[in-house]
Design a protein around this ligand. Structure first.
Ligand SMILES: [Zn+2]
Length: 378
C-alpha cells in the first residue's frame, strides 16, 4: 500500500451511501450479541475506494467520530497478491489504521460487507459438526463455511478460493471466528444479517445462582468486585460452561483480550492462595471464575476485556455439553498473540481511555445483555 486514497469529492449519492454505512455500523455495533467492544467491521466500495472501519475503533461510535478509512481498492488487492502488509506508508488522517480484516473485505465482490463476532454464529462456528448443523438452518441462502484461518491475508485467500466458483455467496460462516454478510447496498446487507441471526439464534442455557460466600471473601480485596452483569456468573456456576472453558481458546478475541488460559479455580484452592491468585504483581487476571460460586472482576479490567468476557459467557451458555468443539491449536493461538495482537489490544485499551464509550450506550448494551438475568436455575 502506498498511502491513503487521495481525498476525492464524493458525489451526493456516494455521500449518502457512506452516511448509510455509518448508521448501519452504529446499529450493528450497539448490539452486544453482534459486536463486543472494537471488534467487527464494515465496509463499502465506491468508485475504486474501499471505505473500511479503522483498527481499534468501535462501530458503535460511527456517528460520533471518524471510524472509516478510505483506501485505494486496487492497492489493497495488489498487497494481497504480493503478500505485503496492508498498511499505509504514510500516516493516515487522524492516525487511523485500516482494520486487520481489510483484505477480507477487499476480496469480496459485494459493495457492502458486514463482519461481526455474532454470539449465535460463534456458538455454531466452534463446533466440529458446525457445517452440518447450520446446513438446514441456512437452507436457501447462498452461504459457505470457511474453516479457521488467521485474520488478514490468509483468511482473505481462503474466502477468495471459496467464493471463486460461487460468486453469489453472500453469507460466510468463519470457523472459530464469526460471521460475514454482504449485499449491494447497506439495506440489503443489514436485512440479510438479521435473517441469518434469526435462523442461527440459540436460547441460552439457564445456570445456577452464584454463591456469595466465597465471592464475598474475594470482595474483601480492594481491587475485586462483583460483576454488574449477572450472566457472567455462569462461567463459574454452570458446569457445562466451565467444561467448555477448560478446553482451551475458542476464537482469537478470547486469546487477545482474556489470555491463553482461563483463571478457573476450585473454591478451596482459591481461598488457600488468595494473594497469589488474585493479587499477583505482574499478571493479575482480569477476572476469576470460582467453581460453583461465580465470577469476580478485577476493577482495573478494561471495558474491551469485559465485553469480551460477557461475549464468551454468552457463547458457552449456547453450547451444548454433547457438542464436540474445535479449539484453536497451540500454534494458532501463538500466531494470534504474536502478530502484534498485544499491540492491537493496547491500541484498543488506550483508545478506550482517551475516548470512553458513551455511558448511555453502555447502559443500553448492558440492558440487552442482561435480558437473561432471570435465567438462573432456581
Ligand atoms: Zn473478526
Amino acid at each position: 500500500m502506498k498511502n491513503e486514497a487521495q481525498p476525492r469529492r464524493l458525489s451526493t449519492r456516494h455521500e449518502r451511501e457512506v452516511a448509510s454505512l455509518r448508521e448501519l455500523s452504529t446499529r450493528v455495533g450497539s448490539d452486544p450479541l453482534l459486536v463486543q467492544a472494537s471488534n467487527g467491521n464494515t465496509s463499502i466500495k465506491l468508485d475504486g475506494i474501499l471505505w473500511i472501519k479503522a483498527s481499534g475503533k468501535w462501530l458503535a461510535h460511527a456517528m460520533q467520530e471518524e471510524v472509516l478509512v478510505p483506501l485505494e481498492l486496487a492497492e489493497v488487492k495488489e498487497s494481497i497478491q504480493n503478500d505485503t502488509e496492508i498498511a499505509p506508508r504514510c500516516a493516515l488522517k487522524d492516525g487511523l489504521r485500516p482494520s486487520i480484516e481489510t483484505a477480507m473485505h477487499a476480496v469480496i465482490r459485494h459493495r457492502v460487507v458486514i463482519h461481526v463476532h455474532s454470539i449465535n454464529t460463534i456458538a455454531w462456528a466452534i463446533r466440529v459438526d458446525g457445517p452440518d448443523q447450520v446446513k438446514e438452518r441456512l437452507a436457501g441462502l447462498h452461504w459457505r463455511w470457511i474453516p479457521y484461518a488467521a485474520s488478514g491475508i490468509p483468511l482473505a485467500r481462503e474466502i477468495g478460493k471459496a467464493v471463486a466458483s460461487a460468486q453469489e455467496t453472500d453469507v460466510l460462516i468463519l470457523g472459530n471466528h464469526g460471521l460475514v454478510v454482504c449485499g449491494d447496498d447497506c439495506c440489503t446487507a443489514e436485512r440479510l444479517l438479521r435473517e441469518v441471526e434469526r435462523r442461527l439464534a440459540i436460547t441460552p442455557r439457564r445456570f445456577p445462582k452464584p454463591d456469595a460466600t466465597v465471592l464475598a471473601l474475594i470482595a474483601r480485596f480492594s481491587r475485586w468486585q462483583f460483576p454488574d452483569v449477572d450472566l457472567l456468573h455462569a462461567l463459574g456456576t454452570d458446569a457445562v460452561s466451565r467444561k467448555v472453558l477448560k478446553g482451551g481458546v475458542l476464537y482469537p478475541c478470547q486469546a487477545i483480550f482474556l489470555g491463553r488460559t482461563m483463571p478457573l479455580f476450585p473454591p478451596a484452592v482459591l481461598v488457600s492462595k488468595f494473594t497469589e491468585c488474585l493479587n499477583g504483581k505482574d499478571r493479575t487476571p482480569a477476572f476469576v471464575s470460582v467453581e460453583r460460586s461465580g465470577v469476580m472482576l478485577n476493577e482495573k479490567m478494561a471495558s474491551a476485556e469485559r465485553a469480551t468476557l460477557i461475549g464468551l459467557a454468552q457463547v458457552t451458555q449456547r453450547t451444548e455439553e454433547s457438542a464436540r468443539l474445535r479449539y484453536l491449536k497451540e500454534a494458532e493461538v501463538t500466531d494470534v498473540l504474536s502478530k502484534g495482537a498485544h499491540g492491537y489490544k493496547e491500541v484498543v485499551v488506550m483508545e478506550e481511555k482517551e475516548n470512553p464509550p458513551a455511558e448511555v450506550k453502555k447502559l443500553d448494551g448492558e440492558r440487552k445483555m442482561v435480558d437473561n438475568r432471570n435465567a438462573y436455575v432456581s
